[in-house]
Design a protein around this ligand. Structure first.
Ligand code: B12
Ligand code: SF4
Length: 493
């Protein structure tokens, strides 16, 4: 069977072509293991249109991924494919997982896979292949015929049969044994077209940057985080299993940097300690790696950080979010400021570079609390401070709070990006003017301190990348024209 997996193009004032989409890379791997012919269409890097690709490849099944700001583009993409081929179109990813009925109600979307996708995608592929055996010209109408009951037993999907009935099949339990998954299938991506993991600060050949996922899920429930849509249960691969993939990335694919994308990699510090030992023992520690997405500051002891540094860890991010203790409590972060201070101190003392993630405009914020966040960022002084404008994603607690007590300023999913410098909602004393001003101030005050400017100028990678860095800074702070041009280009599919 031929399966086409699509990452719809996305307009964002930052470069999104950093690394191949890991979710699609996993789905491609399970399809390949099933014996399917696979094509990945990552619209961010392709030359041809998705319509041309669908015509040429003639898939029996199409899967499209979508986060919130991508979902409308996912619908446009589905429409474009449907215009040339009567093929079942399945949507998955963070957005349709939270609001499956919204997508399924559209004529161009047939099925939504909710949550973790591999097992459901596999089962759907089996169902469709079996149906194709009895009806080689299987139409979508046959698949969605209420009398046929073809999809009745597939867990984790939502779909609408031809009689208009919406079916929300029971949720699929999370994959218990992550070691059983195949490795992400990078060979379906045009690797040479991606940038490296953090192109604003590192100069690495993009074709040699890879990501890895050592655990899934997160036991915490921070009120602003879309992680709350994934299974609460934190599951981890064994260090021995991770080592095999790590070695494959380094020795077979020539990785020059590896990004660990876990939400919360250090929930069990002993597991990371063992992984670090294995990387050292197997001489894989010459390839630098980065915790791109942040680790928990309360579980990052100096001993663990030092061992990981020895194992090749170059840089780690921490989710700090706020410099105000009450706001930290309100967002359910379950970390206090001293613990965060200590984690940054430990990381710097063992020689690691640090990234701090901060949020401006959380519910309940005032000018003073945002001011504390800016001051805390300057005090912690990470190599990179990333200030996100609070964007309430559907499914999160903040989204419910804002819907109830505030006023959403953006109605369109396309606008749900947080690097754009525009406030997404207003609530009480938290006006758009105030949040936008503090967000601009945060970047200005953090990066334009004399010692920061000097530090930036002294980095070798800055000079290799300076054109790009200035372009990114400009696009981040003045996104308006960029947005218009991108919108036009993207919506043509
Ligand atoms: C790495 C990452 C990025 C990278 C993306 C690199 C890339 N090319 O993929 C960068 C830094 C560019 C990025 C940017 C953004 N990101 Co981001 N990102 C992540 C992160 C940390 C890891 C993604 C990942 O690889 N996960 C692991 C894989 C295995 O999971 P997955 O992709 O979700 O796929 C699984 C399922 O969702 C499902 N699935 C997914 N697609 C499909 C399709 C089909 C057909 C099927 C059947 C199943 C299926 O099956 C997959 C396998 O189990 C996640 C957090 C997270 N834990 O997922 C946030 C996350 C996805 N990002 C998020 C956001 C908000 C953004 C931005 C919008 C932020 C912004 N700047 O405003 C941008 C959007 C950029 C874009 N192009 O769309 C949110 C999404 C929330 C939402 N409701 O949409 C997340 C969930 C973070 C969070 N906790 O809030 N991101
Ligand atoms: S912000 Fe981090 S710790 Fe909090 S729920 Fe999301 S992934 Fe978990």
């Amino acid at each position: 069977m031929r399966v086409l997996l699509v990452n719809p193009r996305f307009r964002l004032p930052i470069d999104t072509r950093t690394t191949p989409h890991l979710g699609l890379a996993y789905l491609a791997a399970v399809s390949e293991r099933r014996g399917d012919e696979v094509m990945i269409f990552d619209a961010d890097v392709e030359d041809e249109s998705v319509v041309e690709a669908a015509r040429r490849f003639a898939p029996h099944l199409v899967g499209i991924t979508a986060n919130t700001p991508q979902v409308k583009q996912a619908w446009r993409t589905a429409q474009a494919i449907k215009s040339v081929r009567d093929v079942p179109i399945v949507l998955g990813g963070p957005h349709p997982s939270v609001l499956p009925e919204e997508s399924v109600a559209r004529p161009e979307v047939d099925i939504v896979v909710r949550g973790e996708g591999e097992a459901t995608w596999l089962e759907l592929s089996n169902v469709i292949e079996q149906a194709l055996q009895t009806a080689p010209r299987l139409t979508v109408s046959q698949l969605l015929d209420p009398q046929a009951h073809l999809l009745d037993h597939v867990q984790g999907i939502t779909y609408q049969t031809l009689d208009g009935a919406m079916h929300q099949n029971p949720a699929r339990p999370p994959i218990a044994d992550l070691d059983s998954l195949p490795w992400p299938a990078y060979h379906y991506f045009k690797m040479e077209r991606y940038t490296n993991l953090q192109p604003a600060i590192d100069a690495v050949d993009g074709a040699r940057s890879f990501s890895i996922l050592t655990s899934r899920g997160c036991p915490y429930r921070c009120t602003y985080c879309s992680q709350s849509i994934m299974p609460q249960k934190w599951r981890a691969r064994t260090p021995e299993n991770i080592l095999l993939e790590w070695r494959h990335l380094v020795e077979d694919l020539g990785a020059q940097e590896i990004g660990v994308l876990d939400d919360s990699a250090n929930i069990r510090p002993d597991r990371l300690m063992r992984l670090a030992d294995l990387l050292i023992e197997h001489r894989l520690n010459h390839v630098p790696w980065i915790f791109v997405n942040g680790i928990r500051a309360d579980l990052a002891s100096k001993e663990l950080l030092a061992r990981m540094k020895q194992a090749g860890l170059k840089r780690t991010a921490f989710g700090v979010e706020s410099g105000d203790p009450d706001i930290l409590r309100a967002i359910n972060k379950r970390i206090d400021m001293d613990t965060i201070r200590q984690a940054f101190k430990n990381a710097k003392e063992v020689g690691l570079e640090t990234i701090g993630f901060f949020i401006i405009g959380l519910p309940g914020e005032t000018e003073e609390t945002m001011e504390r966040t800016i001051r805390f960022a300057c005090e912690l002084d990470p190599l990179i401070a990333n200030f996100s404008m609070m964007t309430p994603y559907p499914g999160t607690q903040v989204y419910e709070i804002v819907k109830k007590h505030g006023r959403m300023l953006v109605k369109d999913w396309d606008e749900y990006v947080f690097f754009e410098g525009r406030a997404r909602y207003e609530m009480g004393a938290l006006t758009a003017e105030l949040v936008e001003r503090k967000w601009r101030e945060a970047y200005r005050r953090f990066y334009l301190r004399p010692h920061r400017i000097l530090r930036t100028l002294l980095r070798k990678d800055f000079w290799i990348n300076w054109r790009r860095t200035f372009r990114l800074a400009y696009r981040t702070l003045f996104p308006r024209q960029e947005r218009k041009d991108l919108k036009r280009a993207v919506e043509s599919v």
